[in-house]
Design a protein around this ligand. Structure first.
Ligand code: HEC
Length: 137
């Protein structure tokens, strides 16, 4: 009996711990990501991710962001992107320069997590390990 109580308590503690640490991971990434966004991405994609005119596509409720695999989004944010594309039915044909080298895998994980989970979007949490794995061209 005692050992069952011990096992159950152990499992509950384990579940509580993993849930909490996941929530903390996400909160930390979101905070870091917001900083990077405001410092760098905001100039083009604007404060609420709404984009600007015909030049800069929106990130808010972007169907492209939602329907493109995470690995591809990481690659494009890191290495830049150019050429014709459609976002929410509107055509764009611009150039997004590669991300400045000073940003770490953690910064990148943060900013992609931030855009995935801000401006009315809801998406995955991106880990620094995902960035490391997918950032190469
Ligand atoms: C100098 C302007 C500029 C900056 C800074 C910039 N972008 Fe972009 N971004 C663009 C342009 C222009 C495109 C469209 C490229 C094309 O037409 O192929 C784009 C496209 C995108 C797309 C895919 C299209 C969409 O709207 O869903 C994502 C996602 C994105 N940017 C995320 C980011 C993130 C995250 C940052 C900051 C780390 C960032 N961008 C910084 C100009 C910029």
């Amino acid at each position: 009996m005692k050992s069952i109580v011990g096992i159950v308590t152990g499992l509950l503690l384990f579940a509580a711990f993993t849930t909490t640490s996941f929530a903390q991971d996400k909160a930390a990434l979101m905070a870091k990501g917001q900083k990077v966004y405001n410092e760098y991405c905001k100039t083009c994609h604007q404060a609420n991710g709404q984009g600007l005119g015909a030049a800069f596509p929106p990130l808010a409720k972007s169907d492209y962001l939602k329907n493109t695999p995470m690995a591809q989004i990481i690659k494009e944010v890191v290495n830049g992107k150019s050429g014709k594309m459609k976002v929410n039915g509107k055509e764009y044909n611009g150039v997004m320069a590669p991300l400045p080298k000073k940003y770490t895998d953690e910064d990148i994980a943060g900013v992609v997590t931030y855009v995935y989970n801000s401006f009315g979007n809801s998406g995955p949490v991106v880990k620094p390990a995902d960035v490391k794995k997918h950032k190469k061209k």
